[in-house]
Ligand binder design. Structure first.
Ligand code: HPA
Ligand code: ZN
Length: 317
């Protein structure tokens, strides 16, 4: 059975080799000597350490072709990982803030996504993620720009620095997107505690929670998530690299499965965290000795948690 990848930042698939290639093509200088120098920095103390490098590297993405090439490279790699459905995140504001127009970004990404079923056997959808370290007004403005391009969106999401950046100010935008017929998600409970997950559910009324691993610290939240079958898109290798867990053995994935949560495995920012979806699955299988039926549950969960229409889900299950 194939997997749906539901927590994947397109910019986080920018491999160092492609970053340097695009820098040369666009006559830009990256702040790293070479590919090895960049890779040597992939040892982060926390989420912010990673975000600083992630945003710096985005500078090389300038043209429609750059965005299409990035997206297509991910889809090709995802297909090899067993992905049949990809609902991908795009940090639009990180590009418009650098002067790259929304039309350029979205034209490149949507061009690659529109060919992904035929080229790679991967059905896809695009979720524009807003940056919670910026204001809700900035997010509204980016949402308007995204809609004005006419590119079809699957949903909206919330990411970037978590602790100290409340989700509540974004509630009017999440309500607006829902009224526009879009799906809604948000990162919560990655570095922030269970209260951040409650806030995403209560204020933003999200359909899925991205990461959500710290939900396990609150039994009443676990019961609510299990009862409502609210999906949690966990990213084990990301959590290890960003020190959200001290080591893989301490990851709550087995506890989440045992609690009957609709948990999925995803790669988050595979170019930065040491692996794509298949690498994440192998890591948790080997670490926790997961049985085939548990791996099958993870595959089924991913399809169920996707935003595909019911008939499509049934076909893939
Ligand atoms: N957390 C928050 N924001 C992000 C992440 C993440 O893991 N990856 C890319 N943006
Ligand atoms: Zn993420």
């Amino acid at each position: 059975m194939g997997f749906a990848e539901l927590h994947l930042h397109l910019e986080g698939t920018l491999e160092p080799e492609l970053a340097f290639e695009l820098a040369e093509r666009n006559q830009l200088t990256l702040p790293w000597r070479d590919v090895d120098d960049l890779r040597s920095r992939f040892d982060y103390g926390c989420l912010q350490d990673f975000l600083d490098i992630y945003y710096a590297n985005m500078a090389v993405l300038r043209t429609e072709a750059d965005f299409a090439e990035l997206t297509d490279a991910y889809l090709a790699r995802a297909a090899r990982a067993g992905v049949v459905r990809a609902e991908v995140f795009l940090d639009l504001q990180a590009h418009t803030a650098r002067g790259v127009p929304a039309e350029v970004v979205l034209a490149g990404v949507s061009d690659a996504l529109s060919r992904s079923e035929v080229d790679h056997g991967v059905s896809s959808g695009l979720i524009v993620t807003f940056l919670r370290h910026l204001s809700a007004d900035d997010a509204e403005c980016a949402y308007d720009q995204a809609l004005a391009t006419g590119v079809e969106l699957l949903g909206i999401g919330l990411c970037s620095s978590e602790v100290g950046f409340p989700a509540a100010p974004f509630a009017p935008l999440w309500q607006r997107a829902r009224a526009d017929g879009l799906h809604t998600v948000a990162h919560a409970g990655e570095e922030g505690g269970p209260d951040y997950v409650w806030e995403a559910l209560r204020e933003l009324k999200v359909e899925r929670v991205d990461h959500g691993i710290r939900a396990v610290e609150d039994p009443s939240l676990v019961a609510h998530l299990a009862e409502q079958r609210i999906p949690l898109t966990s990213c084990p290798l990301s959590n290890v690299r960003l020190k959200a867990v001290p080591h893989l053995a301490a990851h709550p994935l087995p506890a989440m499965l045992d609690a009957g949560l609709l948990v999925t495995v995803n790669s988050d920012d595979p170019a930065y965290f040491g692996g794509y979806l298949d690498d994440n699955l192998v890591a948790v299988r080997d670490q926790f000795g997961l049985r085939q039926d548990q791996l099958d549950t993870l595959a089924c969960n991913s399809i169920e948690a996707s935003f595909l229409p019911a008939a499509e889900k049934a076909r893939l299950l």
